[in-house]
Design a binder for this molecule. Structure first.
Ligand code: ARG
Length: 461
């Protein structure tokens, strides 16, 4: 059992079961770097305000700086018998510099300390997540640019619907990911408030200067209410909610790729290096990476509801329950980071089967709306046009004939507005070119979007 920060008041030793049950060092050691940085800023402030002697502050800073080196280089040996990361670092500091170490915890509690550590951790992680999302967007954009001349059948209800540029479909992923980035950066604003100095819950009678600590640690502002500061975990819930939405997007991207790589679709080939095989069926090449991405979403949503439920009905201010926010948070952040990293690589390893796809877009039912719009342009109402084309499509399917094989007199039977001119629009390129509305699959508009995104993603490096 390591030294506890509160042992003296206790008449009895802690039961070993209690000790292990309440310990958090196994996971909060991840916060060591931030804990030390926060303590350095705190000690400097205590020294400058003469709350502790300047020479003690200098000694503390020196001791903590060497601990920081060890933490960063991985040399720091965590004491898994310590209660938490705060106690562990305090202990090591005492061993390094002696009694001056005992002044570090002046005007501070672990309640505001842990709130600070998690905020610092998240500030770094959110920036890293932003970068990783951007890498994935760039990888998708590259893939879209390399296949900008491919037209695929677009789907609704997983039934073939209308032709779309493959790049248009891929750009849809980039849009969603951009919103994910924006949500995280919005949460960042609320993470970027410095809680230290709130102490246990009520603040302190010592003349601390919270703004100075905030400046030193590069926070935009200080938190405004000491009770809220030690109770609030909204910023964690927000990040987990944002990651949950991001995870949904990543699972949908994965599902598209899984479907497209089936023999039934056969639109793409995912390189062997990103697939795995079967122990029994020699012919198999399975998209396990993508299946796991899809599967991990469950864990991430679980983490989100974990913390949400943890917070429900919790009385103000600090409660030890709050310790349990960290495993789900760390798990989600780490999982999403590994997913973003592997997906960005995977997109560099997909081949598009242009010939197979080209055959699929010969299916003339994909152009039914184009014929409807052709008739509308000739003055028919939408309803009339829909009926005419409905009959035409039904007959073509029943008779097993392409619409393009109907001659002028046959077409006339459906409507005198239906002429053999429609044959010019019964192909994939005509179909996408006919779309003119902003945001549509028109090749010129999609090319513009591709250019815009490459400017956006490269400019905001
Ligand atoms: N380990 C705690 C947490 O993660 C911080 C320590 C606060 N403990 C206490 N007894 N006040 O929230």
């Amino acid at each position: 059992m390591a030294k506890q920060l509160w042992g003296t008041r206790f008449a009895k030793k802690t039961n070993l079961l209690t000790y292990t049950f309440t310990s958090s060092i196994s996971f909060d050691k991840k916060l060591a770097k931030y804990d030390v940085l926060g303590s350095i800023a705190h000690a400097k402030m205590l020294g400058s305000k003469k709350i502790i002697p300047a020479k003690d502050a200098a000694l503390i800073v020196k001791g903590l700086s060497s601990i920081l080196q060890d933490v960063k280089s991985g040399k720091f040996k965590f004491d898994l018998k310590a209660e938490d990361v705060h106690s562990n670092i305090q202990d090591v500091l005492f061993k390094k510099i002696g009694p001056a170490a005992n002044k570090l915890h002046t005007a501070r509690s672990r309640n505001d300390q842990i709130a600070l550590d998690v905020r610092m951790y998240l500030k770094e992680e959110v920036k890293e997540l932003e970068q990783l999302i951007k890498f994935l967007q760039k990888s998708i954009l590259n893939f879209a640019g390399n296949n900008s001349k491919v037209i695929i059948p677009g789907y609704t209800h997983l039934q073939t619907a209308q032709c779309v540029l493959f790049a248009h479909h891929l750009l849809a992923y980039i849009e969603g990911l951009e919103r994910d980035k924006a949500r995280l950066l919005d949460a960042y604003k609320r993470i970027d408030e410095m809680p230290l100095g709130s102490c246990a819950l009520s603040g302190t009678g010592l003349p601390i200067e919270r703004e100075r600590v905030a400046r030193e640690l590069n926070f935009k502002d200080v938190t405004q209410n000491s009770i809220d500061s030690v109770s609030d975990r909204d910023f964690i819930i927000e990040v987990l909610a944002d990651l949950s939405i991001l995870a949904v997007h990543l699972s949908r991207i994965s599902e598209d790729l899984i479907l497209w790589s089936t023999r039934e679709f056969n639109f793409i080939d995912i390189d062997f290096s990103f697939c795995t095989g079967s122990s029994i069926m020699p012919h198999k090449k399975n998209p396990d990476v993508l299946e796991l991405v899809r599967g991990f979403v469950g864990k991430i949503h679980g983490d989100f509801s974990n913390v949400l439920i943890l917070m429900k009905g919790l009385p103000l201010s600090y409660n030890r329950d709050l310790q349990l926010d960290k495993p789900p948070l760390f798990n989600s952040v780490d999982t999403i980071k590994s997913i973003l990293t592997i997906l960005a690589e995977l997109f560099k390893n997909i081949k598009v089967k242009e010939n197979v796809i080209a055959e699929r877009v010969m299916d003339e039912s994909l152009f039914s709306v184009d014929i409807v719009e052709h008739l509308i342009k000739k003055g028919l109402s939408y309803r009339e046009a829909h009926d005419i084309v409905g009959r035409l499509v039904r007959d073509s399917l029943d008779k097993g004939r392409n619409i393009s094989s109907f001659d002028a007199s046959e077409l006339k039977k459906y409507s005198d507005k239906l002429d053999s001119g429609i044959k010019n629009i019964l192909n994939a390129w005509a179909s996408v070119n006919l779309k003119i509305s902003y945001g549509s699959t028109n090749p010129r508009l999609v090319a513009k979007q591709l250019a815009l995104w490459s400017k956006r993603l490269i400019a905001r490096q």
